[in-house]
Design a protein around this ligand. Sequence first.
Ligand code: UDP
Length: 235
Amino acid sequence: MIFILTNDKKRDDGRAFDEIRPLKIEAGVLERADGSAYLEVGGNKILVAVYGPRESYIRRLLRPNTGVIRCRYNMAPFSVDDRKRPGPDRRSIEISKITAEALRPSLMLESFPRSMVDVFIEVIEAEGGTRCAGITAASVALADAGIPMKDIVVGCAAGKFDDQIVLDLSEKEDKEGQADVPVAIMPRTGDVTLLQSDGDLTEEEFEQALDLAIEGCKKISEVQKEALKVRYSKE
Ligand code: UDP
């Protein structure tokens, strides 16, 4: 079967197939962190705090020629319908790891040998797509911390729901859909720093989902830049 990506069918929440949920980003929301950001996309509410670069106090993590980034993604117990058991689980450990990997290529950590940068991502309310939203918010918080960066990494997922390729899956589309493709890019170069795929897609559908997610990333990137402009115009 040849899959055609032309679809006038509206989604459950009224969005077109290529529409992202309402998005809001604010940089510099925490006094005690070196950098911070707050992001809302649809029903997701995410707060990020960045500390560093500071001298590594964990010996085994210390690298003589470069700095190191560590990420902790955490979901609040009240962030989802069924109470989430506090503390790390397999999912949050995985997301913490892929988040650090998605952000690392954008950071000029070689300028900070023996140091570390800590990124704390707190999901206060979750409604599908939190890993990408966490990466998007974390990159704004890293820029807010004044860490030299090559680009502001941005994340967005696409996937398949009801036999259609759609952008920025809602929680229902994420949970009941046929596939989920979270993507993060460095928009200046187009480098992909995160690419996951869960579910069943043909090669062609996968290409379409990837292209759509990249288009979503580009739209979100504009909101990131605006948030940083607002932050620096305040100063
Ligand atoms: N979710 C949940 N309980 C959990 C983990 C996730 O209800 O313990 C929900 C939450 O809304 C999340 C969605 O399921 O956003 C999809 O989770 P997934 O693992 O696909 O990651 P995400 O889409 O958030 O990056």
